[in-house]
Design a protein around this ligand. Structure first.
Ligand SMILES: [Zn+2]
Length: 343
């Protein structure tokens, strides 16, 4: 059996280990991550990122394009499919080839049926994404919410490696969370758990893209930071500009980020009270502002969480950064492939 795996390149011989005095000297073996590759995709509100990874999630190729027309799902799917086709065509030859593709989406998904149920920031409803892409690419395609994918990526390969109880908080245009308890991604009854971005902070607050009022993401997302900055200065700037201003010491940019971070801390204190994670990883596009953001969030959580003095949660920046979602989406494929009946 081992000889077969070696001859087919599934495992590599690392050399002989010291003899234990009985029989043949044992040989140290290692799974060969180059035996195949996998695709991880992040579909964001304004861009598509496609990664080709080996089976230990090392990036072989990366391709990103801006989305021209988000509100037209079929045009976006066509663009995504063409990017994936080109990455597959350029994948290095390997015994297993490209084994599948995983996609992270900002919205509610039915991952069992491969359907985007509702992605308000994209304007998508009931899109059968997996079956469309499977037909176009002739590959298995899996789908999950981008924060769930990010949580899987960080737990398997990033800041949460080896942490059994953690929450990944993804801050982009909106806010999503991926919850891992006892090493299991928590999906809930309908597969859509983790929408803490839509936790009500103020019942009379601003209208949210979900239709409710005063949701956490209207106070603490990237979009909220743009609005805090506009209120302070009268100027509307893209988030990247606000992050650059904050880094150069601009008072208003820093105040806008701190205001958002305070609200985020209030939301995360509730998560910490409710779920008792060992770790909260903050990720997605807030990377450039992460240090200031995390310091304020950390202070707010310590001040406000009832459970914090007894079982503190550490608050950390994502270590996979902007790749967390795509790497996590790819890891869903690895999970399906290597736990399925065909292995
Ligand atoms: Zn909402």
């Amino acid at each position: 059996m081992v000889d077969e795996l070696i001859s087919e390149n599934y495992v590599l011989e690392l050399g002989q280990m010291p003899s234990n005095g009985v029989g043949r000297r044992p040989v140290q073996l290692q799974f060969n991550p180059s035996v195949g590759s996998v695709i991880g995709v992040e579909l964001a509100v304004d861009f598509i990122k496609v990664l080709l990874l080996d089976l230990s999630a090392h990036v072989i190729a990366s391709h990103e394009e801006a989305i021209q027309d988000t509100q037209n799902p079929h045009e976006v799917i066509r663009q995504m499919s063409s990017m994936m086709t080109s990455v597959i065509a350029n994948a290095p030859a390997s015994p297993l080839g490209v084994i599948g593709a995983g996609i992270g989406i900002p919205g509610l998904v039915d991952s069992a049926r491969g359907i985007v149920l509702n992605a308000p920031n994209l304007g998508w409803k009931n899109i059968e994404l997996c079956s469309i892409l499977e037909e176009a690419l002739q590959l298995p395609v899996v789908l999950d919410n981008e924060a769930n994918a990010g949580a899987m990526g960080e737990q398997l390969f990033g800041a949460g490696k080896g942490v059994a109880n953690m929450v990944y908080v993804s801050i982009g245009t909106g806010i999503g969370t991926g919850i891992i308890l006892n090493n299991q991604l928590i999906r809930g009854q309908g597969g859509i758990a983790g929408e803490f971005g839509h936790m009500t902070i103020d019942r009379n607050g601003p209208k949210c893209s979900c239709g409710n009022h005063g949701c956490l993401e209207t106070y603490a997302s990237e979009k909220a930071m743009i609005e805090h900055f506009q209120r302070l200065t009268g100027m509307r700037q893209p988030f990247t500009q606000i992050a650059a201003l904050a880094a150069s010491g601009d008072k208003n940019a820093n105040l806008a980020i701190e205001t958002a971070a305070n609200y985020l801390g209030i939301g995360i204190a509730s998560l910490v009270n409710g779920l008792n994670p060992a770790l909260v990883v903050i990720g997605n596009r807030v990377g450039p502002t992460a240090d200031r953001l995390i310091e304020t969030v950390d202070n707010t959580v310590r001040d406000r969480s009832f459970t914090e003095p007894y079982s503190p949660a550490s608050i950390r920046n994502s270590s996979l950064g902007h790749l967390a979602c795509a790497i996590g989406a790819a890891s869903l494929v690895l999970h399906e492939h290597f736990s399925g009946p065909h292995v």
